[in-house]
Design a protein around this ligand. Structure first.
Ligand code: ZN
Ligand code: ZN
Ligand code: ZN
Length: 205
C-alpha cells in the first residue's frame, strides 16, 4: 500500500514537472523568437502558452506586452502591461520597464505621457499655511467681553462697568488655534500630502 502511494506521489510530481517545463519551454521559445525579431512567430507561441490553461508565470504578461508593442498592436500591448501590473503590483521584476512602455504607448496615442514628479511645494512634508481661524491675523475677538473691553454686572447699587479681566481691556486675544503665530501646519493641497504629483508631459519625438 505504502509503495503504491509513493509511486503515485512520484508520478504526480513528474506530471507537474512536465507541465511546468512545457510552460517554461513555450515561454522561453516565445522570448527567443521575440529577441531575434520574429514577433509574429513569437505571438503564436504566446497564444499557445495562454491557451494551455495552466499556471503561467506573471512575467509572461509582461513579455507578451513587449511583443505586442513591437507588433504595434498598441491597445492590446497596453492591456497586457496593465494586466502585468495588476497581477504583480509595484514589486514586480519588470515594474519600471512596464511604466516606460506604458509612457511610450501614451505618447503614440496622445503625444503626451503621464509622469510622476516630486511636489516642490511640500516635498512630502506638512507645510505652513495661513491660519483659517484668524485669517492670518493671529488674534481673535475676546469671547468674554465680545470685543468691548468692558463688562457690566448688576449689583445693589445698579449696573456697574469694569475692565474685562480676560483680555485686560484689549478687546482681542491671541488666536486659540495658531496661538498668535498666524500660520498653522497643514497637508499640502497640491499633492494631498503624498509629496508626488502626476503631470502630463509632451513627448519629445
Ligand atoms: Zn505637496
Ligand atoms: Zn475681553
Ligand atoms: Zn490663528
Amino acid at each position: 500500500m505504502k509503495k503504491i502511494f509513493l509511486l503515485l506521489f512520484f508520478y504526480t510530481c513528474l506530471l507537474y514537472a512536465q507541465r511546468d517545463s512545457l510552460v517554461m519551454n513555450t515561454l522561453g521559445s516565445a522570448r527567443t523568437l521575440m529577441e531575434s525579431g520574429k514577433h509574429q512567430e513569437a505571438h503564436q507561441q504566446f497564444r499557445m502558452l495562454f491557451s494551455m490553461k495552466k499556471i503561467i508565470p506573471n512575467e509572461a504578461a509582461y513579455w507578451y506586452g513587449v511583443n505586442l508593442f513591437h507588433l504595434t498592436k498598441n491597445a492590446a500591448s497596453k492591456a497586457a502591461f496593465k494586466k502585468y501590473l495588476k497581477i504583480s503590483g509595484d514589486t514586480g521584476l519588470h515594474f519600471i520597464k512596464t511604466q516606460e512602455y506604458l509612457a511610450k504607448l501614451d505618447c503614440k496615442e496622445t503625444g503626451y505621457k503621464e509622469v510622476v514628479i516630486t511636489c516642490e511645494i511640500c516635498y512630502g512634508d506638512t507645510i505652513l499655511v495661513e491660519c483659517h481661524h484668524c485669517k492670518g491675523k493671529g488674534l481673535e475677538v475676546c469671547p468674554v467681553c465680545k470685543g468691548n473691553g468692558v463688562v457690566s454686572s448688576q449689583g445693589a447699587m445698579g449696573r456697574t462697568f469694569h475692565t474685562c479681566s480676560r483680555c485686560q481691556g484689549e478687546k482681542v486675544l491671541s488666536c486659540s488655534v495658531c496661538k498668535g503665530q498666524k500660520k498653522v501646519r497643514d497637508i499640502c493641497q497640491s499633492c494631498n500630502g503624498t509629496g508626488r504629483l502626476k503631470v502630463k508631459r509632451k513627448c519629445e519625438d
